[in-house]
Design a protein around this ligand. Structure first.
Ligand code: GAL
Length: 460
């Protein structure tokens, strides 16, 4: 039996706006996702996170279900608007109480909290008054908000993630406009990303300067697909490398190496903001671990400029800036998101990260798949999800055997939830949620996951 390392962390993940609901309860202020999802046409069927899974009221039941699955860790996010309804100034004690109770209940159940401080639900007031992530003061507001979280929860929370997937915020929120705040631009993504990185770095310094005595760890979570060269040609190999640099190294080079990748500087010129020498020093080394969200793989080829069918599945960032053509192998299985199931891509990505950043400690903070799950006779037979997880976890195991310092794995997601612009029909959960009754039902994959955590292995 192939085992994972003894101290390997098994967890599940969620985020505030996707599960909490109670959007206008408990003194919470509106976020950009409340506003964005309220605009007709922005989400599937006009769905919003107003009720979502009502986790705000059902968190105790959810913790019990997690316990039944045998997970040792739970990654959730704090809604900035519950702590500070307008993003700055006044603290909402009801919001503090909610997370405090959640944390206590998790510890009581022997589940370690992993807390993300920002999973996309920016206070609407900061969008209106400060221009959101384009505003120059936003890193300071973020630092002030996280300071409150460290102070109030840091006695019990020892694992912090500053930002979830700044790439998505920048590209989908400020480039393609398909996520909040819905802006469309070819320059704003780079500006927003810059402010996000500065905010991350400030947050880490607050933690290290003021809360070192709490003895926790803090890092950032980035998302990246694998890019496999379409052919053996040097041009395609360079294109795949370039695509990974525009996707992941955009955020992780500053954090690990102190600056943006050279290829981005060369290609973007003035559109890529620059870090001052002071900022480079401040940002370098601001992650105690490498948080990775990984979902899929695509082929990358050099774009020679000839007119061809554009990749319909996007996810490449701003393609004109990269000259990379993305494509899929027609034989690959696709999930409901149209993301290809390619476990070996996960292994290759882990090895790429390990090599580029000198074997950092890595946690996969999200990996999972959406399918059209059906409840039949009170059960959900999601064998396809089980196969997905098995394949990806085997790939993780091989990466560990090859020397990758992978320390943990969080399945996305603990339960079906509000899948952003895709609404409620894209089910990613290990638990099925009936969105009418809000009843939760463990899927076949949840029962299987229990065996995985018990055996510390996927072959049993
Ligand atoms: C990630 C995101 C999650 C979840 C997942 C599935 O990008 O962090 O919130 O939605 O994708 O699409």
């Amino acid at each position: 039996m192939k085992k994972f390392p003894v101290d390997f962390i098994w967890g599940t993940a969620t985020s505030s706006y996707q599960i909490e609901g109670a959007a206008y309860e408990g003194g919470k202020g509106p976020s950009i996702w409340d506003a964005f999802s309220g605009i007709p046409g922005k989400t599937h069927n006009g769905e919003t996170g107003e009720i979502a899974c009502d986790h705000y009221n059902k968190f105790k039941e959810d913790i019990q279900l997690m316990k039944n699955m045998g997970v040792k860790a739970y990654r959730f996010s704090i809604a900035w608007t519950r702590i500070m309804p307008t993003g700055k100034g006044n603290i909402n004690e009801e919001g503090i109480q909610f997370y405090s109770d959640l944390i206590d209940a998790l510890l009581e159940a022997d589940i370690t909290p992993w807390v993300t401080l920002y999973h996309w639900d920016l206070p609407l007031a900061l969008q209106l008054e400060e221009d959101g992530w384009l505003g120059s003061k936003i890193p300071d507001y973020f630092a002030a908000y996280v300071d409150v979280c460290f102070e109030r929860f840091g006695d019990r929370v020892k694992n912090w993630i500053t930002l979830n997937e700044p790439w998505v915020v920048a590209i989908l929120g400020y480039g393609q406009g398909v996520f909040a705040p819905g802006r469309i631009s070819t320059s704003e993504p780079y500006e927003a990303a810059h402010q996000l990185l500065l905010a991350h770095s400030k947050a880490v310094h607050v933690y290290r300067d003021k809360y070192a005595h709490q003895n926790g760890q803090i890092g950032i979570t980035n998302n990246c697909d694998w890019r496999e060269p379409l052919t053996d040609s040097d041009l395609d190999k360079e294109a795949a490398e370039r695509a990974l640099e525009f996707f992941l190294a955009w955020f992780t080079d500053p954090v690990y190496l102190g600056d943006y990748p050279q290829v981005m500087k060369d290609r973007l010129g003035d559109r890529l903001p620059t870090f001052s020498e002071e900022e480079k020093k401040l940002i370098k080394g601001t992650s105690d671990f490498f948080g990775l969200n990984h979902y899929t793989t695509m082929y990358a080829a050099h774009d020679d400029g000839t007119e061809k069918e554009r990749c319909v599945y996007g996810n490449g960032g701003i393609s004109e800036d990269q000259d990379v053509d993305l494509s899929l192998d027609p034989n690959w299985n696709l999930t409901l998101m149209k993301w290809a199931v390619v476990p070996w891509g996960c292994k290759k990505l882990l090895e790429w990260i390990s090599k580029r950043y000198d074997s950092p400690k890595i946690y996969i903070t999200e990996n999972g798949c959406a399918y059209t799950d059906k409840l039949v006779d009170g059960e959900v037979d999601d064998q396809y999800r089980l196969d997905f997880y098995k394949g990806y976890l085997e790939a993780c195991n091989e990466a560990i055997e090859n020397g990758v310092n992978l320390k943990g794995y969080f399945a996305w997601s603990f339960m079906d939830n509000f899948e952003w612009a895709s609404g409620y029909d894209k089910r990613f959960g290990l638990h099925y949620v009936d969105f009418k009754t809000l009843k939760r039902i463990p899927k076949k994959s949840a029962y299987w996951f229990r065996k995985v955590t018990a055996n510390n292995s996927v072959d049993f």
